[in-house]
Design a binder for this molecule. Structure first.
Ligand code: ATP
Length: 513
């Protein structure tokens, strides 16, 4: 089995074993692409939300946060284009009966070419050693140039065909490239069809009076339809932003990558309203700001890259993804889109209400333009979780699994551990617990050997273990163990709050952005 697959399997099983993520409805054999967050997962997820909310809302005096309802007037989805255009091209394999996204099959084919390029580069780097000039190699090596041109040609044809809704050509492309079902090798494909990703439901008690509704496929529309309310009541001038965290629902065609692609997921979106003509400047700024926000987590700059869109969504005049190096390769983590005035203008038209801003400097009314940043909370969870999970071989040859989460995001900040369950140690430890619990999420554990308890805390990413021993009773000191270095030091009980706070507070993280 490929190494990447091993890593991913380990991520999934660790998430379950340590109470982070469970398959939903597991005692009924689960529900496809739906997951539940367990006791540690819920804490980690809440901390990620806080990091985003604080950075967006608290640190920017011109961004406010809202919480709009999941159910919305059905005309909203007509106006936004989701009823007509929120489709993915679907293709079935006639032999395996498996369903695929036709565009993803082609993109995966191109990703394989890219892997070949990277292998060529690695080989050359080894061959030339210190003298290797990567940029020059990439610009001149005939094999690399050929691979790149091939990729560009394929992707541009795919983009054009999708844009023109020429699904027959997407099928032709799949056939020309001889793309096979990755599991069975079969090339026996159906036609490509469009599939709408919105879930429908009904509002109202009796069948004939019930209204057809959709579960929202994105949180953004909740922001657009509240633009007037928020602008009036917050009295912000342009540019200003509205942020929101909430659930979104998409009936994804293929959802096989754990919490990367789910049918019920959470988004953290911010719409920044700007004067027309300034949007591309703000778009570039938000690209930088959002990347810095990710980099501050310390997961390694080499694990992020931008991907500028060739095929723009119907509402955008510029768009890029921040991609992350997941255990299954680089994939979209966050989207940054310049959405023009598409949404607000459409809502003006469909609602009949004027959605305009009077600009005192320009002395004119206009529909604001919008730059959006949209990150999937669950994808971010997966990025942070998988990147932090490490198997280490220690100096004495033993092994440990450690989840080196950014300390501010760790579900539990400190574990308070009486060395033995007698001689007054639990009572002493309990006092520490009852003091620290007002400031941090801490736990008290007295079962098992101290070594086992340390390992369990390492596995859930607890930055500190506080061990109470017999000396503690006499000199009011405890042993503080650091998760990452496993170093231990003796510290006075009175110092604990300060030491923990320095490491885990959000200020440390936020000031790096
Ligand atoms: P993809 O191309 O992967 O389907 P998208 O471009 O449709 O994603 P957007 O509509 O831009 O995604 O949504 C913004 C963010 O929401 C994405 O960057 C991603 O992090 C998250 N997201 C979208 N769909 C899902 C999903 N099915 N499960 C989990 N997160 C998702």
């Amino acid at each position: 089995m490929a190494k990447q697959e091993d890593v991913f399997k380990k991520v999934v099983s660790h998430a379950k074993e340590y109470g982070f993520i469970f398959p939903s409805s597991e005692i009924y054999d689960g529900l496809s692409a739906i997951y539940d967050y367990g006791q540690n997962g819920a804490e980690l997820k809440n901390n990620i939300k806080q990091y985003w909310w604080k950075a967006m809302v608290q640190l920017n005096e011109n961004i406010v946060g809202i919480d709009s309802a999941i159910f919305m007037h059905p005309t909203i989805w007509k106006a936004s284009g989701h009823v007509d255009a929120f489709n993915d091209p679907l293709i079935d394999n006639k032999d395996s009966k498996k369903r695929f996204r036709a565009d993803v099959l082609v993109e995966d084919y191109c990703a394989k070419i890219e892997d070949k390029e990277n292998k060529e580069i690695e080989k050359a780097a080894k061959r030339f050693g210190d003298a290797f000039d990567k940029a020059q190699f990439e610009a001149t090596n005939p094999k690399i140039l050929e691979y790149r041109e091939k990729r560009a040609t394929i992707l541009s044809r795919l983009a054009k065909s999708l844009e023109k809704e020429d699904l027959a050509d997407v099928k032709a492309l799949i056939e020309e490239l001889e793309i096979a079902d990755p599991d069975t090798g079969s090339k026996n494909w159906t036609e490509v069809r469009q599939f709408n990703l919105m879930f429908g439901t009904k509002l109202g008690a009796s069948a004939d009076s019930a209204t057809d509704l959709y579960l929202r496929p994105e949180t953004a529309q909740g922001i657009f339809v509240n633009y007037l309310n928020v602008q009036k009541t917050s009295r912000h001038k342009l540019p200003f932003g509205i942020a929101q965290i909430g659930k979104a629902f998409r009936n994804e065609i293929v959802a096989r990558q754990f919490i990367f692609r789910m049918r019920e997921f959470e988004q953290m979106e911010m719409q920044y309203f700007v004067p027309p003509g300034t949007e591309l400047e703000f778009y570039e700024n938000w690209k930088k700001t959002r990347l810095n926000w990710h980099l501050a987590l310390g997961l390694g700059a080499e694990n992020y890259r931008f991907h500028d869109h060739e095929k723009l969504a119907h509402y955008a005049n510029a768009a890029a993804d921040i991609e992350f190096n997941f255990p299954f390769g680089f994939k979209e983590l966050e989207g940054i889109h310049s959405r023009t005035d598409f949404d607000l203008s459409a809502h003006e038209k469909f609602s009949g209400r004027k959605i305009q801003y009077f600009d005192p400097e320009r002395n004119e009314n206009y529909v604001p333009y919008v730059v959006e940043t949209s990150v999937g909370l669950d994808r971010l969870f997966l990025a942070i979780f998988s990147n932090s999970l490490k198997d280490e071989v220690l100096e004495d040859g033993s092994e440990r699994t450690v989840l080196s989460l950014p300390p501010a995001l760790a579900p539990v900040k400190a574990a308070i551990l009486p060395l033995v369950k007698k001689d007054g140690l639990p009572a002493f430890a309990d006092k520490i617990f009852n003091d620290l619990k007002f400031d941090f999420n801490v736990i008290f554990e007295e079962k098992d050997s101290i070594g086992k308890r340390y390992r369990r805390q390492d596995a859930i990413g607890t930055p500190f273990c506080i061990t109470v021993d017999h000396d503690s009773l006499n000199d009011n000191t405890v042993t503080l163990r650091y998760r990452d270095t496993m170093e231990q030091e003796r510290v006075p009980v009175s110092e604990l709050r300060r030491i923990i706070d320095e490491k885990v507070n959000f200020r440390t993280l936020l000031s790096k952005i």
